[in-house]
Ligand binder design. Sequence first.
Ligand code: B12
Length: 468
Amino acid sequence: MKILLIWPSVKNDELFNFLPLGLGYIASNLPDGCEARLWDGILKKAANSDVLEEIALFKPDLIGISIWNFNLASAREVAELIRGSYPEITIVVGGPEPSGRKEKIFEVIDADYGFAGESEKTFRKFIETASTNGFQHESVHDIGGIIYKDEGGVPVCEPVKWESIEDINYCDYEMIDLNGYLDKGYHYGMHGGDKRTAPLLTTRGCPYSCEYCSARMINGRKIRARKVESVIDEIKELYHTYKIDGFNIIDDNFTFYKDYAKEVCREILKLGLENVSFNSPNGVRVEFLDKELLDLMKKAGWECVFIAPESGSERTLKNMRKKLDLNVVAEKIMMIKNAGMKVFGFFIIGYPGETEIDINKSFDFARNNDFDYVVYTCFHPLAGTPVTDKLAAAGEWIETGDGGDYYDVAYAPDGLTKRKLRALRLWGLFRFYTSSFSRMYNAASSHSLKRKLLFIKKLLIPSRSYSG
Ligand code: B12
């Protein structure tokens, strides 16, 4: 079977820092006998309509599109183009958006099937079943997480079963052309500017119920770990074949099982790799950090620990159902600093119910604790999350089906405007980075001038989709 995987093109340079990792994982877990190709509109900087040429040449039986919130409108454009020219080709969608929207994904994109949740095993089963019985056969409806239309045309999403991840293959880095991304300047995380960086997944899953987050819809609540040997093999391949020296562990909860995290660090140390650095830029839960783990992380190559308090206001944290004690955060920040690493903090501002007072509490918390870097992201309602459902029910959020870019301000709580939030974000960043010489130095020395200018431009100039 011929499968064309698609990472749609988007009009945003910053999104170049997203690898089509999900498609690389899908590709490396396909059954034998499949011929797969990836059309990456972002890497090619191509127009979405160019995909039609690729289809004419490759003649795929099936097309798989990966959809996040930021590329939702582009994914729809791609699906429409394909439907218009090749109505006979089966279109399957997967990724964070179908995982959150489930059967409602068909309200925003015209596809034959969708997959909710991680899909290495389920998509593989789908291909195996469809190879024998055909795409339309009802036997494919038994697959966990599959989204389809029943005989009456009613969309259905089968419940996702979260299986072991010990036996899945890691990403096919050739397929996603990691070298192509690196050659064009792909860089992610707080490593030195000249490092060649790549993401690395060691565990999946998140047992928490933070109302704004959709990670548990993709990876489930139960944390499942890969075999440490497999993680080490991947590190070796990335280091030797792709010359990666900056690794980003992008787990939902890398430090949740402390013993596992410690073992990963010990095994990394045994490799004796020179001049490598590690980051966990998706943030780690601070509660699980202890001195032994932090010392091991430091020795293994962590220079900076990312944490995500998300707010300095107890009231907002309660609304978020974050279950986080700010005193513990403050204590762990000191612990990280004592272990010789920097601290990067993620904060959300403009959360439903927040006032300017709450936002200022976040700014104060960031300034008054020993953070080296912070980002303030304006709250964006994500499909399928409890907070988005509540806002939609109250008529405070209208789904456009267009998705959005994270610099934009998609929502403002009562009493605040999007314009005001944008101004507060800038003011908060200015106050943080001018509050000490070391923070000023951090701001000046991190990232290239080009990226900094792009960042500032995006903060200042609202995009068309969310002006106001
Ligand atoms: C690492 C990460 C990033 C990295 C980039 C990752 C990359 N690929 O290069 C960075 C830091 C850049 C990033 C940024 C952001 N991220 Co982020 N990120 C993640 C994280 C932690 C892991 C993503 C990942 O790569 N996973 C590994 C791959 C293997 O998984 P995957 O892509 O989901 O693919 C699997 C399935 O989805 C499915 N699948 C995917 N595609 C397809 C296609 C087909 C055909 C099929 C069948 C299946 C399928 O199968 C794959 C294998 O199992 C997730 C959390 C999570 N647990 O998923 C959040 C997450 C994806 N991010 C999220 C968000 C919101 C953001 C930001 C907006 C954050 C912010 N508020 O600032 C920005 C977006 C920036 C922008 N300009 O809009 C949301 C996405 C929600 C959504 N509906 O889009 C998530 C789910 C976190 C959350 N809090 O809810 N992110």
